[in-house]
Design a protein around this ligand. Structure first.
Ligand SMILES: Nc1ncnc2c1ncn2[C@@H]1O[C@H](COP(=O)(O)OP(=O)(O)OP(=O)(O)O)[C@@H](O)[C@H]1O
Ligand SMILES: *[C@@H]1O[C@H](CO)[C@@H](O)[C@H](O)[C@H]1NC(C)=O
Ligand SMILES: *[C@@H]1O[C@H](CO)[C@@H](O)[C@H](O)[C@H]1NC(C)=O
Ligand SMILES: [Mg+2]
Length: 642
């Protein structure tokens, strides 16, 4: 077990570029020393670009560079020293060109401790006392640029093979033999040039060859000098110093196995990443579950096909963003959406609903209503429930609700008479279907312009049927809170709280007047006072000016017979006595012209109303709906004037 190193003394800067060592340990190659982990002492440093800089040109310095781990020169203890070869590229840069200085040496020694060695002529490896001492076990090849006569130096530019001593066993002036003709060429060691040095030992012949050449010349076949010396006697088996594992260079055959190092680092990182990602995924899954959580009860199982998942509705409406908002009504907001997969356009009504009371009845009704199919009804596709929320999913109606067409300012959005008449007939057809044509009577409860929607072909379609019922499930009329819309509520509905087909007819009458007149049920008169549409129409009829009530935006372009029919039918439907209102079947016949409207005069209608009110003891204290009452007052006032 031996250490191998380079050393030098000074006045010169010694640079090594490249080292190759082939021994029984295999091959060590340093192309630059940045990654080499060489052990350095004294003035030796490895510069940033990988040069090994043994000294810096200051006098009487020494520096060593040791291969970090002991190298094996014998295959087995007691065996022969194996053949080896070393190739070094070096340069000596002369700090003072006129002065010659000392030099450097390649050496093999059993220790890295040269603290008591001297610089200059002893190369930092020996001193006056230890020079020539056989116990040193030092093999060295010196590159000397100073002539020390007492050490038998041949000149101030020579190369020598030394054993335990600064006095060479063999030495030659520095130079090389050209391969071509064998001419000897002189080589200045401190010529600031890159120079190669080869040191070779042959196990069989015990011959040591030392060869030199400029960096750009290949290795000469004839060595500069040779000596025969059996290194077995020199490189004895000393107890090897303990391996300093942490200092081992990172070379595949000497360093620890790369995989184990990799595992040591990668395994904990991979484990940490795995745990982190599992945690993240768990959190995401839980958050997602919470985000899309729904309420499902056992009784809903049978309604499975009509049930939408909240997740689908959420994605369909882009997360219920305002961008997708179609409008807001008494029950909640309506969003436009496109169902994933099927790409069906839908309108999703999002209602807050805290109580579960009546929910079962309502959902049952929603589902049964979902089975209704009619071209004048907005198709209800299904529903979804969450905590405190209920969602109803309808077919999307591209032309929006009728109220927007009636009351908006844009001229091109205004419906002409033919379109209005068609929509009125369509809604009458839809309502007749709900009242009479289906397996059971369905009361709409909330007929008004905003619940009439227009499909792609401008057909009127009734929406929101049955919805009022969800909020109207009380059994005690005293506590029943009225649902529906002001102005559309029949007087008996206000008294009893009981919806019937006839209360729908009342609301339909108001709808007819609103569509024909292009007004809401309360309007401002010329003086700016609020008056009721019914009163206003009756008043004009009384004066024989009924056509003046028609929407001025029609610009006189209407069918006069149809207009009279609609206005009178509207008033008839608004009759305070439920039994005096026509049924939807009759309304259809009037509108289709299959039956003439009964002959009635405004005074007759007013007198009837007044009489009815007296008969029913209808007074302000009983009816809590002031505007309807005041409309009756006006009617009776009119009759009194007669
Ligand atoms: N199926 C649908 N297709 C297209 N737009 C719709 C649809 N349903 C509703 N809308 C739009 O959403 C708006 C709000 O509807 P919503 O039913 O919530 O309120 P409303 O009809 O004004 O009052 P109410 O709550 O009494 O029904 C409507 O005015 C209409 O423009
Ligand atoms: C060379 O190194 C020695 C000690 O390592 C230092 O004292 C000296 O200043 C250095 N000289 C130069 C020129 O860097
Ligand atoms: C090096 O050798 C010297 C004397 O030969 C000794 O005093 C010193 O302790 C040694 N240093 C180490 C680190 O072994
Ligand atoms: Mg509505």
């Amino acid at each position: 077990m031996l250490a191998m190193a380079m050393k030098l003394t000074s006045f010169l800067q010694f640079l090594l570029f490249l080292t190759t060592l082939v021994s029984c340990d295999g091959q060590v190659l340093f192309s630059g020393f940045t990654q080499s982990s060489l052990d350095l002492d004294g003035s030796a440093i490895v510069s940033n670009n990988g040069l090994l800089d043994l000294s810096n040109g200051t006098a009487i310095l020494n520096g060593h560079a040791f291969y970090p781990t002991p190298l094996h020169f014998r295959k087995s203890p007691g065996g022969n020293v194996q053949s080896f070869s070393v190739n070094i590229v070096f340069s000596m840069i002369n700090a003072y060109p006129d002065l010659s200085a000392d030099g450097m040496a390649f050496f093999i020694a059993p220790t890295k401790n040269f603290s008591d060695a001297r610089a200059a002529k002893y190369f930092g490896l020996l001193n006056e006392k230890s020079n020539g001492e056989p116990s040193k076990h030092i093999f060295m090849v010196e590159l000397d640029t100073y002539k020390n006569a007492e050490l038998q130096d041949i000149n101030d530019n020579h190369v020598g093979i030394n054993i335990n001593s600064a006095i060479s066993l063999q030495s030659q002036p520095s130079g090389y033999y050209e391969d071509d003709g064998g001419v000897f060429k002189n080589l200045m060691l401190n010529g600031n040039k890159g120079t190669q040095l080869w040191v070779e030992y042959d196990e069989g012949t015990t011959q040591i060859d030392v060869t030199l050449a400029p960096i750009n010349v290949g290795k000469p076949s004839k060595p500069l000098l040779s000596a025969t010396y059996d290194l077995c006697t020199l490189l004895s088996n000393s107890t090897p110093p303990p391996l300093e594992v942490s200092k081992l260079p990172k070379l595949p055959f000497l360093g620890p196995k790369p995989q184990s190092k990799l595992l040591e680092i990668i395994l904990p990182i991979a484990t940490a990443i795995l745990i982190l990602s599992i945690g993240t995924v768990l959190i995401l899954v839980v958050r997602r579950k919470m985000k899309y959580a729904e309420v499902r009860d056992d009784w809903e199982r049978e309604f499975g096909p009509h049930r939408f998942s909240y997740k689908d509705l959420y994605h369909a409406t882009g997360g219920f963003k305002n961008k997708h908002l179609l409008g807001e009504g008494g029950f909640g907001k309506v969003y436009k959406g496109v169902l994933p997969l099927s790409n069906v356009e839908v309108a999703v009504k999002r209602m807050s609903h805290e109580s579960r009371q009546g929910m079962k009845e309502f959902v049952t009704e929603v589902v049964s209503i979902g089975r209704l199919r009619h071209r004048n009804l907005v198709q209800l596709l299904g529903y979804c429930r969450r905590k405190g929320e209920l969602f109803l999913v309808y077919n999307y109606m591209p032309n929006g609700s009728l109220d927007k067409c009636l009351h908006c300012e844009e001229h091109n959005a205004i419906l002409n008479w033919a379109q209005r008449f068609r929509v009125m007939k369509g809604i009458a057809t839809g309502l007749l279907y709900l009242h009479e044509k289906w397996e059971k009577i369905v009361i709409h409860r909330d007929i008004k312009a905003s619940n009439v929607l227009l499909d792609g072909e401008m057909n009127g379609r009734l929406g929101d049927f049955g919805l009022a019922r969800l909020y109207d499930h009380g059994t005690d009329p005293q506590t029943t809170h009225m649902v529906g819309t002001k102005g559309y509520l029949a007087p008996e509905l206000l008294r009893t709280g009981k919806a019937s087909p006839q209360t729908d007819v009342f609301a339909f009458g108001m709808f007819l007047l609103e569509v024909a007149c292009g007004q809401t049920h309360v309007k401002k008169n010329a003086e700016g006072d609020e008056i009721f549409l019914v009163d206003w129409v009756l008043e004009h009829w009384n004066k024989g000016l009924l056509t003046r009530t028609l929407d001025c935006r029609l610009q006189g372009d209407y069918n006069i017979d149809e207009a009279y029919l609609v206005l009178k039918l509207g008033l008839l439907c608004l009759h305070p006595i439920p039994s005096s209102r026509p049924r939807m079947r009759e309304v259809m016949q009037y509108l289709d012209g299959d039956m003439p409207l009964p002959e009635l005069r405004p005074t007759q209608l007013s007198l009837n109303m007044a009489a009815m009110m007296k008969k029913n003891g209808l007074t302000t204290s009983v009816v809590s709906y002031p505007q309807i009452l005041s409309s009756f007052d006006t009617i009776s006032g009119l009759s009194g004037g007669r």
